[in-house]
Design a binder for this molecule. Structure first.
Ligand code: 6SG
Length: 210
């Protein structure tokens, strides 16, 4: 029995970063899939701390909030920088990923038809900071911060992959981000996960838009 359980809707959504982290770190986990009908019954929602998913368990530890889960796994597997300065820089990066993920979710769930064109037009402004972050670490040849992969790299990789589906050429003007996506996606365990039905068969979002 794997020690971890991810309780979530049948989407990539806010869980794909943690799934990529776990897969790349050679871990297994159980998926507790919650359908719309199950969720609408209300009892699971009522039992969740903030009335939302994902919920993550590691034995008797129960966590909510996707970024807290990523950070927990980051600490547990040594994916949170080598010292407090690197950890702080990773927080800077991950909070930026969260800000753009929220904008993306607003587009997908609230404003897709009317808002997509403008969103894609403004996307370079949103992506530039991540190109800058990479450029500040070893010429962009490695990871967001330092010499090792981090929880924030998995989160950023997911964010970039879903934006490439929204706007296929969105990284063309960003050579470091383009190379970063290719490099990280080719890590053997991550590559296998990204090619698996567990990833490819799952919709990105809960309303079918992408
Ligand atoms: C939605 O927002 O999947 N959780 C979502 N929605 C259900 O009743 N800050 C935290 C975090 O980082 C945000 C949690 C997040 O962890 S994620 C949630 O719980 C609620 O509020 C996006 C996602 N959407 C799938 C979905 C939600 C509404 C329509 C489709 C629930 C599933 C199917 C129907 C209702 Fe559905």
């Amino acid at each position: 029995m794997p020690p971890y359980t991810i309780t979530y809707f049948p989407v990539r959504g806010r869980c794909e970063g943690m799934r990529m982290l776990l897969a790349d770190q050679g871990q297994t986990w159980k998926e507790d899939v919650v359908t719309r009908d199950m969720w609408m019954k209300g009892d699971l929602k009522a039992s969740c701390l903030y009335g939302q998913l994902p919920k993550f368990t590691d034995g008797d530890l129960t966590l909510y909030q996707s970024n807290a889960i990523l950070r927990y796994l980051g600490r547990k597997y040594g994916l949170y920088g080598k010292d407090s300065k690197e950890a702080a820089l990773l927080d800077v990066a991950n909070d930026g990923v969260e800000d753009l993920r929220l904008k993306y979710a607003r587009l997908i769930y609230q404003n897709y038809e009317e808002g997509k064109e403008q969103y894609v037009k403004e996307l370079p402004v949103q992506l530039k900071p991540f190109e800058t972050l990479l450029s500040q670490n070893q010429g962009g040849k490695t990871f967001l911060v330092g010499d090792q992969i981090s929880f924030a790299d998995y989160n950023l990789l997911d964010l970039l992959l879903i934006h490439q589906i929204l706007a296929p050429s969105c990284l063309d003007a960003f050579p470091l981000l383009s190379a970063y996506v290719a490099r990280l996606s080719s890590r053997p365990k991550l590559k296998a996960f990204l090619a698996s039905p567990q990833h490819t068969d799952l919709p990105i979002n809960g309303n079918g838009k992408q």
